[in-house]
Design a protein around this ligand. Structure first.
Ligand SMILES: [Zn+2]
Ligand SMILES: [Zn+2]
Length: 85
């Protein structure tokens, strides 16, 4: 998960959308704070993400295999479905 505004990475970021628009994006807490009045928080289908050790991408923990705890940012790490193929 990468914050759309500052590009920082985090295990759990807020999924939000503008109150007058349909586009959703993700924000970290520091970026969300000042914008809270203009945004709705969208309940995401996935609460926790893990890091793929092969491609470095974020994936739902349910889609990662060979998981290990304690990766970068304390996120679980594993291998995503894309890299399994
Ligand atoms: Zn941010
Ligand atoms: Zn991968």
């Amino acid at each position: 998960m990468v914050c759309d505004k500052c590009s920082c990475e985090g295990v759990v970021l807020k999924t939000v959308r503008w109150r007058d628009g349909d586009r959703t994006f993700v924000l970290c807490d520091p970026c969300f704070g000042p914008l809270a009045d203009s945004l709705w928080i969208v309940a995401g289908p996935v609460a926790a993400h893990g890091r793929c050790r092969v491609c470095g991408g974020w994936s739902s923990v349910r889609e990662l295999v060979e998981q290990k705890q304690g990766g970068k940012w304390d996120a679980p790490s594993g291998v995503c479905q894309e890299c399994l193929r």
